[in-house]
Design a binder for this molecule. Structure first.
Ligand code: SF4
Length: 317
């Protein structure tokens, strides 16, 4: 039996102990695909205020973009970093005895702000107890040479990851999900990130509109070729109040079934060279916002089926 090289195993190998990611969600961040810079409405599966009446109210609030002249939220954002980091790291420390953490800037596009703001937030995170690095979720059209050069400096002493949404290498698919950038842009910025010695995690979705199984595996193969260090794979599921939900309800979108998803996931894991770690093998949502597919509701069952399928293929997850 081979062990899947999970990110947990990567961290244990590199640091000699467990390292857990601490997700942070900082107010004031948005996305160029939501604020109208590259598109409006966001990716078709993204729940944002364009489609959700419940999120519509805060639209008058201040949102950052790289040209923001000032940031009236900065003190509040720094406080959110401290509070969220402390709450999650303490809980993880008491539950699992973990002492080292990576601050994970997770929600929206976490490089889509002036560099001064980014520096203040990232460095505040790195000052927190036990924080050994950063993982920054972003889009390839929202990083700059300047940001990457700054992260390169940080990476001399800290573990710095940049997490890009690849989703698909097919431009027709990226267009169908209103991604707002093409595949060449993702390839270009992954390479620029890798050239600086930064770690790259690529995010891939199976079950995107009109994609064949071969297309999904092509995305995994191309991502490997682009030099990613780690991969996250998950099925596309439909959340209420999104553009995808409208298509689904009109019968224009059929979600991937669990059997096909797991088969492709196992094939993807077989394709990975030993150096590429795996950060995620599925995703789901356990509340009523999930419209379809139903199998994405129960994460525990998904993981059970994935572990069983991997075991049949000779892998321990
Ligand atoms: S890039 Fe992320 S935050 Fe922006 S619209 Fe797409 S899913 Fe939403």
């Amino acid at each position: 039996m081979k062990k899947v090289y999970t990110i947990g195993r990567y961290f244990r190998k590199k640091f000699g102990e467990d390292v857990y990611k601490v997700p942070l969600s900082i107010q004031g961040f948005t996305c160029p695909n939501i604020d109208g810079t590259v598109a409006k409405g966001g990716c078709t599966f993204c729940l944002n205020e364009s489609f959700s009446p419940n999120l519509a109210k805060p639209s008058k609030k201040f949102y950052l973009n790289p040209q923001s002249g000032s940031n009236p939220l900065l003190e509040k954002q720094l406080e959110q970093v401290r509070i969220q980091y402390a709450a999650t790291s303490r809980r993880l420390a008491s539950k699992y005895g973990v002492k080292k953490f990576i601050a994970y800037f997770q929600s929206f596009t976490n490089t889509y702000a002036p560099l001064d703001t980014l520096k203040a937030l990232y460095e505040e995170a790195l000052r927190q107890p036990g924080c050994i690095g950063l993982s920054i979720g972003t889009r390839s059209d929202s990083v700059t040479e300047e940001i990457l050069d700054y992260l390169k400096e940080l990476s001399k002493e800290k573990e710095i990851w940049v997490e890009y949404g690849i989703q698909s290498i097919y431009d027709e698919t990226l267009e169908a999900i209103n991604r707002g950038h093409d595949s060449a842009n993702v390839k270009e910025w992954i390479q620029k990130t890798r050239e600086r010695g930064l770690k790259v995690c690529g995010h891939v979705i199976f079950g995107l509109p009109n994609e064949s199984e071969a297309m999904m595996l092509d995305t995994v193969k191309a991502s490997i070729g682009w030099g990613i260090d780690s991969i996250k794979i998950h099925p596309l599921y439909v959340v209420k109040n999104t553009a995808l939900a409208v298509d689904y309800l009109k019968g224009k979108f059929e979600p991937i079934d669990e059997k096909t998803y797991i088969k492709l996931l196992v094939e993807s894991i077989k394709l990975l060279p030993p150096s590429i770690s795996v950060q995620r093998v599925t995703a789901g949502i356990e509340d009523d916002s999930l419209l379809a597919p139903k199998w994405c509701r129960n994460k525990h069952m998904q993981m059970k089926h994935i572990r069983e399928a991997l075991k049949r293929a000779g892998y321990i997850y």
